[in-house]
Design a protein around this ligand. Structure first.
Ligand code: NAP
Length: 282
């Protein structure tokens, strides 16, 4: 019998996850299908009571449900529990993981960079930033700077990372500190919606990019637009750039591995990249 997997969130219609997973099912000849399922936050208990397990074998979780699913799980990976963010669930055993931060790490490594011994400027201090900061610190990052609109959240994230890792240096900064701090950074990640299509939100100035050293990687978690103004300016300065699509693909690959025990390979990556860029009209 065909097994059904899903991504649950609200809104969900524009999710690219069904395209990624259904392409993998076809490539691995799995008798499975993957559907988008609109589940509002208040309907999460109902989803666990009547849908997961009986009709759905596993699911990905996206906004606004990444924390709301946690009380319904029996076995949660430590990092996901600490960050209060689950994006992958197996109905069997009610297990939960977060593959977002490891997905980004794989994307960064694929681009030829490593967290080990690196200095990261994390722009933003929300849910994605928390998972990424902890992963960076636990995977050998040397120094972390968090810059956020709301300074208290940057300080809270730094405290959280210090408590839960042995990172040698972590500090909160503000926009005015960027020219001083960026010359010592290897990695700059934007985890805010600044630059995202249809939001009208943009960085007030991108001049800070000129303070990064020439070997630095600038990564934007956004993939719509495919190249944000942040990435276009970084590229014009000769810096390496990465948009959010490789992270999206790698987090999906790691979810697929949790469910089927198979980690998709480079040929799968190329096929999915092709499918996604066509779907995005790039
Ligand atoms: P979140 O928890 O809502 O955090 C949003 C962050 O952006 C906060 O630090 C917030 O600052 C900041 N922010 C929001 N509006 C801002 C503005 N106008 N000016 C300056 N800062 C602003 O969101 P999230 O779940 O972490 O997601 C963050 C981003 O990552 C989203 O764009 C999401 O689409 C993307 N994402 C991509 C992938 C992928 O696979 N590529 C995966 C996960 C997430 P305050 O603290 O001041 O509110």
């Amino acid at each position: 019998m065909t097994k059904t997997y899903a991504v649950i969130g609200d809104p969900i219609a524009h999710s690219l996850s069904p395209l990624i997973h259904n392409t993998l099912y076809a490539r691995y000849r799995l008798d499975c299908r993957y559907i988008p399922l609109q589940v509002k936050q208040q309907d999460v208990p109902e989803f666990f009571a009547s849908t997961l397990g009986s009709r759905i074998a596993g699911c990905n979780v996206t906004m606004p449900n990444k924390a709301a699913v946690i009380p319904h799980l029996l076995d949660i990976h430590e990092d996901a529990a600490l960050c209060r963010s689950v994006n992958t669930i197996a109905a069997d055993g009610l297990k939960g993981w977060s593959t977002d931060a490891p997905g980004l790490r794989r994307a960064v490594e694929q681009a030829g960079f490593s967290y080990k011994g690196s200095t990261l400027l994390l722009y933003g201090a929300g849910g994605a930033a928390s998972s990424i900061a902890l992963d960076f610190a636990r995977q050998g990052g040397a120094a972390l700077y968090v810059c956020n609109r709301t300074a208290e959240k940057a300080h809270a994230l730094v405290g959280f990372v210090r408590e839960n890792s042995a990172i040698p240096m972590a500090g909160a900064i503000c926009d005015a500190d960027l020219p001083t701090v960026l010359p010592g950074c290897d990695l700059f990640f934007n985890t805010t919606p600044l630059g995202m299509s249809h939001t009208g939100l943009e960085f007030a100035s991108l001049d800070f990019l000129g303070s990064l050293p020439p070997h630095a990687l600038v990564c934007d978690l956004i993939y719509n637009p495919f190249e944000t103004k942040l990435l276009a300016r970084a590229k014009a300065l000769g810096l390496a750039t990465l948009n959010g699509l490789p992270m999206l693909i790698h987090q999906a690959f790691l979810s697929f591995e949790k469910w089927f025990g198979i980690l998709p390979d480079e040929a799968d990556y190329a096929a999915i990249w092709q499918a996604l860029t066509s779907a995005l009209g790039v």
